[in-house]
Design a protein around this ligand. Structure first.
Ligand code: SF4
Length: 350
């Protein structure tokens, strides 16, 4: 099966009902569609709420735009001094090399910016200007390659960028954000893995995974190849309605990630991307799920639940909160809740 890119192909392969075809054409005209065979094969066509389909098969609900939704929900544009760079926090920048992905997630916060009809990759002059920007700012300690998905680039192109970063002394860490090990694990070849590594600096790989079913044998082998090459692996997940918004499903994902040597890093609250309300939960649901994991799953399995504040103000942890401050006789005193819901004074009182 090829990568499915049109509503007609999705209908032909039983992944969308023919009566939805016209609505899905309107969705596809606005937001890119790509469903690679690895992920298409995971979808249970008999299950109308299949969590893999919910993430990747377009839905007519995407045409329902809510007033609070934003075309640039996390405010990339407000922090983009030159093409391809987002400089939001003092010590790190995003370097967006391409607008193309191996799969187009229906909840993507950059859905207005990614897709094959967007400019494919930073043109050489723009890439040189972006690297000059990094070179000229000694405060930039970390460079995060994102996109789009940087691992859709050829090993040759990626190697050239990595070598440029290797030569910038003040850049000490490179991080690559990707969905490729999940969506197209065959792309993780020895050549690509070698291109991701540079001398004297670690390359961290943040893999985007939302449901344990995405960790197929092929995906696990691709992640193992990255880990075996010495690259620390992190996971970023998005809390999504009907995909991972229960303690059981999210807990299963977190354990599966750790078993694959991938440390859960962030659990993102769903961003206010246009046409994604049907996939967003409320924050209370996220806090409930996180509270249920706390203490019951190993600390290795605990991500930080974060909200990217609309307008480009960055990420902040959003709980749940276990701490209540109480002043006792003018001294600081707190009451802290344990994983069983019992409350304790700190320092302890007689
Ligand atoms: S892989 Fe990342 S950038 Fe691409 S569509 Fe999915 S969430 Fe968006």
């Amino acid at each position: 099966m090829p990568t499915l890119r049109t509503p007609a192909q999705l209908c032909e392969h039983g992944l969308a009902p023919p009566e939805h075809r016209a609505a899905l054409k309107a969705v596809a005209a606005r937001y890119a569609v790509a469903l690679p065979p690895t992920l298409a094969a995971l979808i249970d066509r008999q299950d109308p709420r299949d969590p893999i389909a919910r993430q990747f098969v377009p839905s007519a609900a995407e045409l329902d735009h809510k007033p609070e939704e934003l075309s640039d929900p996390i405010g990339d544009d407000a922090h983009s001094p030159v093409a391809g760079i987002v400089h939001r926090y003092p010590d790190r920048v995003l370097l967006k090399l391409t607008h193309v992905c191996a799969v187009y997630c229906r909840f993507c916060f950059r859905r207005e910016m990614v897709g094959p009809d967007k400019p494919n990759a930073l043109a050489p002059a723009a890439l040189a200007a972006a690297l000059d920007y990094i070179r000229g700012r000694p405060e930039i300690w970390e460079v995060i390659l994102t996109g789009g998905d940087p691992l859709v680039l050829s090993a040759r192109r990626l190697r050239a960028v990595m070598k440029s970063l290797e030569r910038i002394d003040h850049v000490k860490v490179v991080r690559i954000h990707t969905r490729v090990p999940i969506a197209d694990p065959a792309r993780i070849t020895g050549d690509l893995v070698r291109a991701m590594k540079i001398k004297g600096k670690p390359t961290y790989v943040a893999v985007h995974v939302n449901n344990a079913r995405e960790l197929t044998a092929e995906a696990r082998a691709a992640c193992a190849a990255l880990a075996d090459a010495g690259m620390p692996l992190l996971a970023q997940s998005v809390l999504l309605a009907g995909v991972n918004d229960t303690p059981e499903v999210l807990g299963e994902l977190m354990r599966a990630l750790v078993e694959c040597r991938i440390k859960p890093y962030y659990l993102h609250h769903g961003d206010l991307a246009p046409g994604t309300a049907h996939l967003r939960t409320d924050i209370a649901t996220g806090q409930h799920v996180m509270r249920a994991l706390h203490g019951r799953l190993s600390g290795l399995c605990q991500p930080t639940y974060v909200l990217d504040i609309p307008g480009g103000h960055g990420k902040s942890p959003i709980g749940p909160n276990y701490l209540e401050r109480t002043g006792i006789n003018g001294s600081e005193h707190v009451v802290i809740e344990d994983f069983n819901g019992q409350r304790h004074h700190y320092p302890p009182r007689d």
